[in-house]
Write a protein that binds this ligand. Structure first.
Ligand SMILES: Cc1cc2nc3c(=O)[nH]c(=O)nc-3n(C[C@H](O)[C@H](O)[C@H](O)COP(=O)(O)OP(=O)(O)OC[C@H]3O[C@@H](n4cnc5c(N)ncnc54)[C@H](O)[C@@H]3O)c2cc1C
Length: 295
């Protein structure tokens, strides 16, 4: 099936894009097109106007600046996957990137587009939640910074206004005693997560958990925070027992649905397991625990 006809605009600056979004009737932003183009072709989306942001070079970045890791709206999943900065300092992002979809989709799809799509099975939203990340939007009234917790409202629904463009997503640069990880269960390459858990742990100088962030994928109506598990971890020393308790709490706070990939009880159990694994990796990457393999 082919898409219905639409007007195609290709701005070359953020200012021009925002003016178009404000002045045109019912516009839709196109970035990597990996979700939008199939929706157009199946006529699940029928916009009159498409504002294609691929010509806005100023949005193509992935760097640290002003205390944040900033991912511009044109940074592709593959840019994260192949970044030395990510490999060196951002364990959870390095874990997640090669597990997103398949190589073709990763070459074209963007991190910001995935966040904007707000699919509860998307991986990046969970990591924004775990890291205390933010979504930066530009609209007619200028810049607006939306905490990840306030961004995802319902499946495919966010607090972004129709005339706003997301220019970047960002997370704080990790402190010295911080580690993060992402664990995801999927059946095969190209599939979305059956369940996924992203973790960010920050420790004090005595090795006590100062702050814990846990975001869950595909087990609720949006990417979701496991706040009970976070509260349980904070102020405690890492141990297998503590991580086991946190895993159970995360599973209790998840609300997966049964589908062709597995039943709800199985997915809940997987949240428990994935949380424990991600916590172990995060603590090890923070340099706080050292795990040994049994001979
Ligand atoms: C087979 C398949 C498997 C996939 N597997 C995964 C997976 O495992 N994990 C995962 O996270 N994702 C997965 N995806 C989704 C993929 O990551 C897409 O790249 C992503 O959802 C959309 O990014 P995009 O850049 O292609 O955005 P587009 O398709 O261009 O846009 C998606 C939506 O976001 C809006 N949008 C895009 N950019 C902006 C912006 N800057 N400001 C405001 N609104 C914007 C668009 O209007 C549209 O509504 C999969 C997709 C497919 C087709």
């Amino acid at each position: 099936m082919k898409s219905a006809p639409f007007e195609h605009h290709q701005p070359t600056s953020v200012g021009e894009a925002v003016s178009l979004l404000e002045s045109l009737d019912g516009p839709t932003v196109l970035s990597g097109g990996q979700s939008l183009v199939p929706m157009l072709r199946f006529r699940l989306a029928n916009p009159d106007v498409v504002v294609d942001i691929n010509g806005i070079e100023e949005l193509d970045y992935l760097h640290e600046d002003d205390g944040y890791l900033k991912i511009g709206a044109l940074a592709r999943h593959a840019d994260v996957e192949h970044s030395d900065l990510i490999a060196e300092k951002y364990g959870s992002f390095a874990d997640a990137a090669p597990l997103v979809a398949d190589p073709q989709i990763r070459n074209r799809g963007t991190v910001v587009g995935s966040v904007a799509q707000a699919d509860p099975k998307g991986d990046w939203g969970s990591l924004l939640i775990a890291h205390g990340g933010e979504v930066v939007a530009h609209g007619p009234d200028g810049e607006r910074v939306i905490p990840a917790d306030e961004f995802f409202l319902l499946p495919y629904d966010t607090s972004l206004d129709e005339d706003e463009l997301i220019t970047e997503v960002r997370i704080p640069v990790p402190s010295e005693r911080e580690g993060s990880a992402y664990h995801k269960l999927k059946r095969k390459t190209g599939d979305y997560a059956m369940a996924g858990v992203g973790v960010c742990l920050r420790f004090d100088d005595d090795g006590v958990v100062e702050s814990a962030g846990i975001g869950m994928t595909a087990v609720d109506i949006t990417n979701a925070r496991a706040s009970d598990a976070e509260d349980h971890l904070e102020g405690e020393r890492p141990s297998p027992d503590l991580f086991e308790e946190a895993g159970e709490l995360a599973a209790e706070q998840s609300h997966p649905e049964s589908d062709e990939h597995g039943d709800a009880a199985y997915k809940e159990r997987m949240v428990d397991v994935l949380t424990q694994r991600a916590l172990g990796d995060a603590a090890e990457r923070a340099g706080v625990v050292r795990r040994t393999v049994n001979p």
